[in-house]
Design a binder for this molecule. Structure first.
Ligand code: MG
Length: 212
């Protein structure tokens, strides 16, 4: 099943080592922003880099797909509202992110949200989730949920106190250390694992410069 979220809620700086690598402090409460649904592409589809985008980075992330409507849910109840997990690449035009006070343009470009196939949440132990990002086969990011500043349950609860989450909505839970730039022709893969098992199909994406 391919994700088709009504909205995409992303979390910034949710791993201390990633916040540090970009010279940022860890936030005192979750830092959230939105990506538009028009940014979503499926595994293997090309990421299109606009000619004026400057540096473009991959950000491998653990994604959650909401299974049912969720509003002001407690941290303890949060996971029961999650329907699936999915690998996400929160592709970011880093130069534009630094230029703008907020990140709509840098994060919202068409094709800047590749998502993998959705794995049923009932097949997943959330405490054992981990992610690996490879660029052209080389491991660039590796992290477990234990390294998060705010847990998956805390994130779902926090966001649901800000806005109603609908079935199908996607939460991208933040990227760990190891982000970096990609160039046309690079292939980025984000893989989720659960314990020793690979629990999500790999998300691939060939970065292509736009025609013309
Ligand atoms: Mg991100």
């Amino acid at each position: 099943m391919t994700a088709a979220p009504g909205k995409i809620v992303c979390v910034g700086r949710n791993y201390a080592d990633h916040a540090a690598e970009l010279g940022n402090e860890v936030p005192v409460e979750p830092l959230i922003f939105l990506k538009p649904p028009s940014a979503v592409i499926a595994a293997g589809e090309p990421i299109r880099i606009p000619p004026d985008a400057g540096r473009v980075d991959y950000e491998g992330e653990i994604g959650l797909i909401m299974g049912r409507r969720c509003r002001r849910v407690s941290e303890a109840e949060a996971w029961s509202h999650v329907g699936g997990v999915v690998a996400v690449n929160d592709v970011t035009a880093r130069d534009l992110q630094e230029k703008d006070d907020q990140w709509t343009r840098a994060k919202g470009l068409d094709s800047f949200c590749p998502v993998g196939n959705v794995v049923d949440a009932s097949a997943v132990q959330p405490d054992e989730l981990a992610l690996t990002t490879r660029v052209n086969g080389e491991v660039k990011q590796q992290a477990e949920v234990a390294g998060m500043v705010f847990s998956l349950g805390r994130l779902v609860s926090f966001i649901s106190h800000v806005m109603t989450l609908e079935a199908g909505d996607l939460i991208a839970t933040g990227t760990p250390e190891g982000v970096g730039p990609v160039s046309p022709g690079d292939v980025v893969e984000v893989a989720l694992s659960c314990g020793s098992e690979v629990c999500n199909s790999v998300e691939g994406g060939e970065m292509l410069a736009p025609a013309g």
